[in-house]
Design a protein around this ligand. Structure first.
Ligand code: TPP
Ligand code: MG
Length: 373
C-alpha cells in the first residue's frame, strides 16, 4: 500500500524518470488516455476562444489538470458515479458525458442533457455541495447492496466549506463507498492554498475523520490512475472512504472572467509549466515507442475535428429559453416562482427575440425587480 499523507506518491517524474511501479497497462490503453489529455487541453483552449468571440458563456479552463482529471475517471466502471465541479469537465468526458451536454451547460442551458447511464451529476458551481450529494449517492448504493462506488471531487478552496467536512464525517461514520479527490491546484481564484488551512497538507484532514489519506502528484497520470484505482477497489470491497489530495496547478485563469496576472507570481507559473502533465506523458510514450510523432500529429488533428463538429452541433441548436431559469429547481414549482417566471416572460415578450446560435449570444436588455414572495 502507499505511504500516507507525508509522502507524495509518484510514478513518473517531470523529467520522465520512472520512480514507481508502472501499472500493467497496454500501450493502446495509455495512448487512449493521452488522447483524452490532448482532448481536454484542446477543448479548454477552444472554449476560451469561443467565450472571447461571444459564442460561449463564462468558462473555467482546465489546462494543467489533465492528468488528474483523466486519472481519476479512468478506473471507474460505467455504474460508478463521478461527482465534481466546473473544473472536472475532462473527467466527465472520460466517464462518458457527451461534449455537447457540456457545451450546452456552459452556454447557459439547464444541464438536463446528461444521459443517466453516464452516472455523473451535473457539474457543480456551488463549492463543496457536491461532496454531500456524493455521500448520499454512496449511501444509496450501500443500501441497495450494489457493488458500485462514487468518486467525489472538489478543489482546494472548497475544502474550507462546511459541506466538505460534513461529507467526510458522514462517509467515515457510515463507511460509505466514496473516494474523495481534492484537486489542489494551488489557488481558489486569488486565494492561495496556504490561506485555506494551516495544515501542512489538505490530506491531513482525513485522519481526523478516521479516513485514510494520500497525496499524489496530480500531474502524473499513471500515479493518479493507480492510487484512485486501488482505492476505488478498496471502497468497492466495503472498506470505506479515502481522501486523495492531487497536487496540480491551474496553468490558466480561474475563469474567462479572471486575470491571474493580478495576483499570481509569474515565477510560480513558470515553475509549474516545467511540470506540465501533457509533455511529460507524451515524452514517456515517445521514448517507449508507444507513440510516434506522426501518430501524435494525427491524434491532435482528429481531436480538433471532433471538437469542431460538436461546436457546430451546439451552435445549430436553438438557444435556451430564459424560462429555463426557473424550471427544474423544484420537482413542483412553488406558486411564487411560477408567478415570477410568468412575469419575466411577459416582460421579455414580444420584444425578446430568441437569438440564433449562429450569432453571438445576446443578453436580453431589461431591468426588472423580481417580486419577493
Ligand atoms: C459556496 C460558494 N462560495 C463561493 C463561490 C465563488 N467561487 C467560485 S470558484 C471559487 C474558488 C474555488 O477554488 P477551488 O475550490 O480551489 O477550485 P478551483 O477553482 O481552483 O478549481 C469561489 C470562491 C462559489 N461558487 N460557491
Ligand atoms: Mg483551487
Amino acid at each position: 500500500m502507499f505511504a500516507t499523507n507525508d509522502k507524495v506518491y509518484q510514478i513518473l517524474t517531470p523529467a520522465g524518470e520512472v520512480v514507481g511501479d508502472l501499472p500493467d497497462l497496454s500501450a493502446g490503453q495509455m495512448v487512449s488516455w493521452y488522447r483524452w489529455m490532448v482532448f481536454g487541453r484542446t477543448f479548454s483552449d477552444r472554449m476560451v476562444a469561443l467565450q472571447r468571440q461571444g459564442r460561449m458563456g463564462t468558462f473555467a479552463p482546465l489546462n494543467g489538470q489533465e492528468a488528474a482529471s483523466v486519472g481519476m475517471a479512468a478506473p471507474l466502471q460505467p455504474e460508478d458515479w463521478l461527482v465534481g465541479s466546473y473544473r472536472e469537465n475532462l473527467a466527465y468526458l472520460v466517464k462518458g458525458v457527451p461534449l455537447l451536454a457540456l457545451l450546452k451547460q456552459w452556454g447557459g442551458d439547464i444541464p438536463d442533457s446528461y444521459p443517466y447511464e453516464v452516472h455523473c451529476l451535473p457539474f457543480q458551481i456551488s463549492l463543496g455541495t457536491q461532496m454531500l450529494h456524493a455521500v448520499g449517492l454512496a449511501q444509496a448504493i450501500k443500501y441497495e447492496q450494489k457493488p458500485h462506488v462514487v468518486v467525489a471531487v472538489c478543489g482546494d478552496g472548497a475544502t474550507s466549506e462546511g459541506d466538505f467536512h460534513e461529507a467526510l464525517n458522514l462517509a467515515g461514520v457510515f463507511k460509505a463507498p466514496v473516494v474523495f479527490v481534492v484537486q489542489n491546484n494551488g489557488w481558489a481564484i486569488s486565494v492561495p492554498r496556504h490561506q485555506q488551512t494551516a495544515a501542512k497538507r489538505i490530506a491531513d484532514r482525513g485522519p481526523g475523520f478516521g479516513i485514510p489519506s494520500y497525496v499524489v502528484d496530480g500531474n502524473d497520470l499513471l500515479a493518479v490512475y493507480q492510487i484512485v484505482s486501488d482505492n476505488v477497489a478498496r471502497a468497492r470491497a466495503g472498506d470505506g472512504p479515502v481522501l486523495i489530495e492531487a497536487l496540480t496547478y491551474r496553468l490558466g485563469a480561474h475563469t474567462t472572467a479572471d486575470d491571474p496576472k493580478k495576483y499570481r507570481p509569474e515565477a510560480e507559473l513558470q515553475e509549474w509549466l516545467q511540470r506540465d502533465p501533457l509533455p511529460r506523458f507524451r515524452r514517456f510514450l515517445l521514448d517507449r515507442q508507444m507513440l510516434t510523432e506522426a501518430e501524435d500529429k494525427q491524434l491532435h488533428a482528429e481531436v480538433a475535428a471532433e471538437i469542431q463538429a460538436a461546436i457546430e452541433s451546439y451552435e445549430a441548436l436553438p438557444p435556451p429559453s430564459p424560462r429555463q431559469l426557473f424550471d427544474l429547481v423544484y420537482a413542483e414549482m412553488p406558486p411564487q416562482l411560477r408567478r415570477q417566471q410568468e412575469e419575466l416572460m411577459r416582460d421579455l415578450e414580444p420584444a425578446y427575440v430568441e437569438p440564433s446560435r449562429s450569432r453571438p449570444l445576446q443578453q436580453p436588455e431589461f431591468v426588472h425587480e423580481l417580486e419577493l414572495a
